[in-house]
Design a protein around this ligand. Sequence first.
Ligand code: T46
Length: 133
Amino acid sequence: MDIQIVEIPNVKNANGNIGIIENDVVPFDIKRVYYLYDVPSSAKRGGHAHKNLQQLLVPLSGSFDVVLKDGLDEVTVTLNKPDKGLFINSNTWRELENFSSGAVCMVIASQEYTEEDYIRDYDQFLEYIKTNK
Ligand code: T46
């Protein structure tokens, strides 16, 4: 599975903490930042893969689960610490679920938004990775 837990550099002291993400924290040039918030606990996000996009997911607040599939294996990663992000490479199916109240998922991305980069059908994803790995 082409994923990795990334330790986010931080400065901590008695007055609170600061997490710092510069380009060297991720293996790509940062082109976009977006965030998911006010997600109902029953909602599922994701349900797709990206052909080229690489991303780092950071749980700024609260917690949620990320279910990852690469056509062979399935892994669930719980994100609940703002100093630990999840790098997800392209060609990885992801589903996000079990959002806690107040959870915020910040996403650092390697490309600007384009719908052409998405594979939203799981069978098409399996076909795609057979020919593009
Ligand atoms: C992922 C999870 C964590 C835009 O117009 N611009 C954007 O930058 C984004 C991310 C989305 N949109 C539009 C496209 C769709 O009409 O917002 C709508 C929902 O987008 P999407 O299906 O990408 O939303 P999520 O939350 O299911 O998935 C997103 C990322 O795409 C995905 O890669 O890992 O957040």
